[in-house]
Design a protein around this ligand. Sequence first.
Ligand code: 0X9
Ligand code: ZN
Length: 306
Amino acid sequence: MSPEGSILERFLRYDEILQFLDKIEAKSTESSVNVTVKTIGKSFEGREIKTVTISSGDGKAKNSIFIDAGIHAREWIAPATALYIIDQLASGNYSLEDFDWVILPVVNPDGYEYTHQTDRLWRKTRSNTSGECIGVDGNRNFDFHWAEVGASGFSCSETYRGEKAFSESETAALRDAVMSVSDTCKLYLTLHSFGNYLLYPWGWTSDLPASWKELQEVGNSAAKAIKEAKGTRYTVGSSTNVLYAAAGGSDDYMFAKANIPFSYTMELSQGGHSGFDPPQSEIEGFVKESFIGIRAMAEEVARMFK
Ligand code: 0X9
Ligand code: ZN
């Protein structure tokens, strides 16, 4: 089946994304795939934050995969990829035999709308801080080694960590949504851009977790699949060792505190002047490329738990 509406043609506004989710959910009543949209919290400005759960209708208990996108407002290709995955899974184009999938397409809708209306390169939330500037970097706001490294205490910084861990309703909502499936969740992916990286823990130290070889192997499976299909080269490694040290990220938190054995930040392809603004003509190629990698990881993780 072809993707619903214009998700491959343009970057949707937040209200259009919510309409897309409702449509996908309504349509699923005619198919054997189960699609459930749930409000898991509200943003600072009062927008509803939603997840979509997609599962086969076979009634069997399964492991799950959690994917989020758009914690950083300007990284538009990330929500676009999440919507494409939702579309593909809901339309029965991919087997749901191994996993239930929970997808949160826009963690930070206030920031996302702000990048559409005012400042294309805004990164943070839009909350009032006690400091002089607005907004917190959601990916420095998680409660694991919070504030220790690579996270600013200055509210005007792009990487402001917030007054305390989980000061932001958006990061708290994401935490709660993942925690609610942590007993079954085997793979956590947070979609960002850009740079073509698959990053696993840790982001707070250059030490590696005990299971780093398995983390590397699953990451490599995505890199290999993408390279073969599209020629794009992904670098796989721990956040600190291949990018930089930055504590308070969602990947480290989900790995350490939600006990999800495979946890990654996926930095998608770049485009446009800043790297964050690929032209709309590139959406289709980029989101398809990303899904090739994500499918390879899901398959590899499924094999490990069989
Ligand atoms: O700095 C970030 O939050 C991520 N890169 S981005 O350019 N999208 O901002 C990388 C996060 C990697 N994970 C951790 N440092 N925990
Ligand atoms: Zn990011």
